[in-house]
Design a protein around this ligand. Structure first.
Ligand SMILES: NC(=O)c1ccc[n+]([C@@H]2O[C@H](COP(=O)([O-])OP(=O)(O)OC[C@H]3O[C@@H](n4cnc5c(N)ncnc54)[C@H](OP(=O)(O)O)[C@@H]3O)[C@@H](O)[C@H]2O)c1
Length: 381
């Protein structure tokens, strides 16, 4: 397992980290929400640590607040000492300064540890950052680091580049966690944000390197491109190699869901150094990205001329969901995300064929017919 030095913490960390947000699940009983397969999860976490993985990422909310409990159990029997352990403050649930201490104490209890190595402000955007700053998170960190409950402060991030720069410049962070993969290099913090963190010597931990698993299962034409490449890497290996190529990235989290994924990822990370891709390799990854981006079901540019629809149908939201699902050839993705549109009463069932959308669409899209086809696909069981 390749390792790197974790910036100013001076710690050494494996380049593969275990994200405990997608642990294996038991079969659902009577339609109930499936529970985590605790025994398998513990075995997987321990086998990765036995193989040299040394970074574990959990959070208050993962798996309906069970993830920290299971992580704590996995780290018994001498495993805690072998890893850097991260958990996160659910910023959106915090209304006053005292609650930050209360959450941390509850989380340490659930993990059954006296301290965590990294404690992150979870899922920051600019608004939640301003809120938590006004609640004096800096004093909280000072206190918790002094009394030994936290070693290093950090944040995880889901907003745009400007927000990332504002947040990263506002505190003496030891790490930042961002969403990054070869499709998302211009999304959220972006590659420029990643490089900025590097210039400031703030190590970056990457989440969603496989875009939540989508990059592991490409559509057929992308599989053909990958299979005919002489390197012989799998779709997963190309995606990890892309992220690991950046020297600013110290650790890449994977939410592994079964033992064979653990084994596969451990094998890939046995040789993943920064700057591992040749110029030719980089061109190939750009071609993969282009091939995904060219998979467009509806040529909607999100100009929103068609909105507001007099009946409240959220046309651009629906098209964006459709294009995203089509990109990955993933009908379940469409169905799941469309359910939220139905819940918000913005779905196609409200369309009365007035045609107001089509009369203003600069792309000349046959909006109504496409919406109906899409609605049928998304709602068929
Ligand atoms: N702080 C935040 O706001 C935040 C947000 C998101 C994530 N995170 C953290 O970051 C971690 C990583 O993100 P992620 O879980 O989205 O990572 P990811 O690597 O993009 O996606 C994980 C999924 O990829 C698939 N996968 C992984 N290894 C594979 C392999 N070798 N072969 C085939 N498929 C493979 C699995 O999907 P299937 O189960 O479908 O097979 C797995 O569930 C999370 O677990 C969590 O700890 C934090």
């Amino acid at each position: 397992m390749k390792t790197m030095v974790f910036g100013k913490t001076g710690e050494t960390v494996s380049r593969l980290g275990f994200g405990t947000m997608r642990l294996p699940l038991l079969k659902s009983q009577d339609g109930d929400k499936p529970k985590v397969d605790e025994q398998q999860a513990i075995e997987m976490i321990r086998s990765s640590i036995d193989g040299g993985l040394s970074y574990i990422d959990t959070a208050y909310i993962y798996h309906d607040e069970e993830s920290e409990l299971i992580t704590g159990k996995a780290l018994k029997d001498g495993y805690r000492e072998k890893v850097l352990l991260t958990t996160k403050l659910p910023v959106w649930l915090v209304d006053n300064e005292k609650q930050m201490d209360e959450f941390l104490d509850e989380q340490l209890k659930k993990l059954d540890v006296p301290y965590v190595d990294f404690y992150l402000l979870h899922s920051l955007d600019l608004d939640s950052y301003h809120k938590i700053r006004s609640l004096n998170y800096k004093a909280f960190y000072e206190r918790a680091i002094k009394d030994g409950r936290i070693r290093f402060p950090g944040f995880s991030f889901h907003d745009d580049y400007n927000a990332f720069i504002e947040i990263i410049n506002d505190f003496d962070w030891c790490m930042a966690q961002i969403q990054f993969n070869y499709l998302d290099d211009q999304y959220q913090a972006t590659v420029e944000g990643l490089k900025y963190a590097g210039q400031k010597k703030i190590p970056v931990v990457v989440m969603e390197p496989l875009r939540g698993g989508a990059l592991a299962n490409p559509p057929n034409e992308i599989i053909d491109m990958i299979e005919s490449h002489p390197r012989g890497y799998s779709p997963v290996e190309w995606a990890f190699r892309y992220v690991a190529d950046f020297p600013e990235v110290v650790c890449i989290l994977s939410g592994m869901s079964n033992q064979s994924q653990v084994d596969d990822n451990m094998r890939i990370f046995a040789s993943l150094e920064p700057n591992n891709l040749s110029d030719e390799d980089k061109k190939f990854v750009s071609k993969l990205k282009e091939a995904y981006e060219n998979r467009i079901a509806v040529p909607c540019t999100d100009c929103k001329y068609c909105q507001p629809c007099p009946q409240g149908v959220n046309i651009t939201r629906i098209f964006s969901i459709y294009n995203d699902a089509y990109r990955f050839d993933d009908i379940n993705r469409l169905k799941n995300r469309y359910k939220a549109v139905v819940k918000d009463k913005q779905d196609v069932s409200y369309c009365v064929d007035c045609g107001a959308c089509e009369s203003v669409c600069p792309q000349g899209i046959g909006v109504m017919e496409i919406l109906k086809t899409l609605d049928a696909k998304a709602t068929t069981t």
